[in-house]
Design a protein around this ligand. Sequence first.
Ligand SMILES: Nc1ncnc2c1ncn2[C@@H]1O[C@H](COP(=O)(O)OP(=O)(O)O)[C@@H](O)[C@H]1O
Ligand SMILES: [Mg+2]
Length: 394
Amino acid sequence: MDPISNPYSPGAGTPPPYLAGRDELQDAFATMIARVGVGNPVQPLVLAGLRGVGKTVLLLRWREIALKSGWATAHVEARADADLRGQLGDAIVDLLRQVSRQYRNRERVERLQRVAVSFLRATGATISRGGLAFGVDPEPGVADSGSLETDLTELLVELGHAAKDEGSGAVVLIDELQDAGSDRLVGVVGACHRVNQERLPVLIVGAGLPTVGKVLSDAKSYAERLFDLRRVGPLDREAQNQAIAEPAQELGVRYEPGALEALEVLAGGYPFFIQTHAKFVWDVAVESPITDRDVAVAAPRAGDQLTRSFFSPRYDRATPAERRYMHAMASRGDDAAPTAEVASALRRRPSDVSVQRDGLLNKGLVYAPERGLVAFTVPHMAGFLRTLPTHEFG
Ligand SMILES: Nc1ncnc2c1ncn2[C@@H]1O[C@H](COP(=O)(O)OP(=O)(O)O)[C@@H](O)[C@H]1O
Ligand SMILES: [Mg+2]
């Protein structure tokens, strides 16, 4: 098929041509903001799942839903090497720009801008930007204590009252929550709790790796009751088929059932794999309908691409000792492995290999689904490792 019109979209946070299998999570978000809009209590949604499963694109979809409802939005991707406070400051400047254009009560808007400038001033890095952002002076004594929890609460409460008066709302979306750093999360969760208690139309929602629930409840023990944690998993068969067939159908191209079945085996419902395989299949196929033969021809090319773009870069980030640890994990199969068994596969005591495990945890390559267990953050990683020469293991 014509590569120029190839509809598939492998990538990180690249919106798919057809967002399959996530209706419930879209509806849940729409219901949540509608409830908040009428002053009803909600549990803000947080998405948890492996890499490439579609959390970021779902957050982006939530953002669109919010914008369509006339809500203002701020979007942040937490990073281990950045200060979330500064990132929130930047995102909230954007949000207030939307609000400043939209809200009718100019006095309110100006006060909100002053409070935002206070918030920004308390982050050393953005001192000048804060003033530049709106050309107003800070509001002394509000949102400038230096404690993120206090300051963010004051800023969001101010925003919430303004939004409520305007019959509108605001949502802050934080991606990669597990990388935010525990002291910053304490602030975010605390602020979220406060605006929630006041039933103001301001929400903080987010997404992260499967451990995100634990990360949040380590920050504040009430987090598990505060948030509605939703697991984002692989797509079921029907949704995977839709993800592949719908975009093609738009372009007048069909798949034979056998082709879709072959793709089920290859992608296993994982959205990133679906997009990658479908993209190669499209380029290989000469005519509609696309057959299982096309899938078979494309599979090794898609596999190479996945190796290059998804698996190898992660593997390369690990030290040789960490790689041996991953090979030992993979030798046990695809599921979470008890750390004690990984250690014994390496013929070591668990304490002797905890450095490697911690290194891999810090690099985001593995996570601990439960105490004493370790699992890959990337689907099919064990299979990839088993295709490599294993001389490095043991
Ligand atoms: N529901 C879906 N249907 C089809 N493709 C999807 C879906 N969700 C995600 N994708 C695709 O999967 C890939 C990974 O999505 P992304 O949101 O970056 O995952 P994550 O944030 O969980 O790592 C992207 O190429 C995206 O287009
Ligand atoms: Mg993501």
